[in-house]
Ligand binder design. Structure first.
Ligand SMILES: Nc1ncnc2c1ncn2[C@@H]1O[C@H](COP(=O)(O)OP(=O)(O)O)[C@@H](O)[C@H]1O
Ligand SMILES: [Mg+2]
Length: 363
């Protein structure tokens, strides 16, 4: 699919200084493999921007191009208004960025505070009391002040990831880039890290994260770009994408009845003010799958369930199931791709860690 025809739900009137990151036709090939295909992204100041897509869709490659760790094959990238192709501008822009794109490597027997002091030196800060203060601030920021003197190896997985984020914050970045920030964490660790991401946003830090977890992006992100196989499928405000998904969903015991119901509601839409339309949709994974495998989605206010039933009854049709659909990115993803299963793998504990090529950390 051509990225330029992706449904754009982005609002207009964006001031140049509000755009933290803009990619134009950003493309990366690895040999014959097109990892990222003509990506046009706009990340604005204050966004918690989620790159969402199944494994292999090009999210990490995109983040690495943003961080100057991987070189684009084509297209351009502008970070804080600077041209990434110009090394001086790229370096200046990247000084305003903190990132956790790898499992951060900390010394297990050193404390969180000692580790961060080491990272600070590595990041070019001196070992002054000013730096120590900044380390302590970063520890406070991620909620680790109380545990700052404990050895890293005693930290829970969530605490380890939060320390990684603290390391990324030492240079006081305006943009924080996180690749699969909750990968490998237990549910409690995921909750901690998601809460921290929201706090970063509240403190005015723009966040760009990659995740294959639909519900995670729905929970923490304000904007989303949905990727699949290197292509951008959609980009927009999470709330707008969700609003488009709200409606009523009906299942029928007989696929023929489903088609009749679709036709009946589509023809009624012209003369029924509250009925905006009807279409076929796939059931979400785990839900009841009717014979024929499809459901009827009715674009109508949720309080019109009785109205929908009445229209169908007029045509002698009765649904086996009628439900409200509150809207989820999962449904949106299903509607875009026709398969959601690959984007929402089993619970996080069984998700394998991504195989990431060896490269330096960007914290
Ligand atoms: N260093 C690399 N060399 C060759 N192929 C790569 C490399 N990195 C990623 N790829 C390929 O590019 C595609 C996108 O990968 P990636 O950006 O890691 O996706 P995601 O982060 O969405 O899982 C995949 O097909 C992957 O196998
Ligand atoms: Mg990845």
């Amino acid at each position: 699919m051509d990225a330029t025809v992706a449904p754009a739900i982005t609002g207009g009137n964006m001031l140049a200084e509000d755009v933290v990151l803009r990619t134009t036709g950003l493309t990366k090939r690895y040999g014959k493999r097109l990892a990222v295909n003509g990506l046009n992204l706009d990340v604005r100041r204050g966004d918690v921007f989620g790159l969402l897509g199944p494994n292999g869709s090009g999210k990490s490659t995109t983040l690495r191009m943003v961080l100057g760790l991987v070189w684009p094959t084509a297209g351009s990238l502008s970070l804080f208004g600077g041209d990434h192709g110009e090394s001086d501008q790229r370096r200046a822009a990247l000084r305003r960025v903190g990132a956790v794109v790898e499992q951060p490597a900390f010394y297990p027997y050193l404390s969180g505070r000692q580790n961060l002091r080491g990272v600070a030196i590595f990041a070019g800060l001196d070992s002054s009391s000013e730096t120590h203060k900044r380390v302590d601030e970063a520890l406070g920021y991620v909620g680790l002040s109380d545990r700052a003197d404990d050895a890293y190896r005693k930290y829970s997985l969530g605490m380890k990831q939060r320390l990684g984020i603290a390391a990324a914050l030492l240079t006081q970045p305006e943009l924080v880039v996180l690749d699969e920030p909750t990968n490998g964490l237990d549910p409690a660790g995921m909750v901690e890290v998601r809460a921290l991401i929201k706090q970063l946003a509240q403190r005015g830090i723009t966040v760009l994260l990659a995740s294959h977890l639909l519900h995670e992006v729905q929970q923490v992100c304000t904007r989303v770009a949905i990727m699949k196989e290197g292509n951008l499928l959609a980009q927009g405000e999470v709330s707008d994408l969700l609003a488009a998904q709200i409606g009523l969903q009906l299942g029928f015991d007989d696929p023929a009845k489903l088609q009749q119901a679709l036709a009946a509601l589509q023809s009624a839409a012209g003369s029924t003010p509250w009925l905006r339309g009807a279409s076929l949709t796939a059931p979400e994974p785990g839900a009841w799958i009717p014979p024929g495998g499809q459901l009827l989605f009715v674009d109508a206010p949720l309080d019109q369930a009785a109205g929908v039933n009445a229209l169908l009854a007029d045509a002698g049709l009765y649904a086996a199931e009628l439900r409200r659909r509150e809207g989820s990115l999962e449904q949106y993803f299903l509607a875009l791709t026709g398969d959601g299963a690959s984007a929402s793998p089993p619970p996080p504990t069984s998700v394998p860690s991504p195989s990431t090529p060896q490269q330096g950390g960007a914290a």
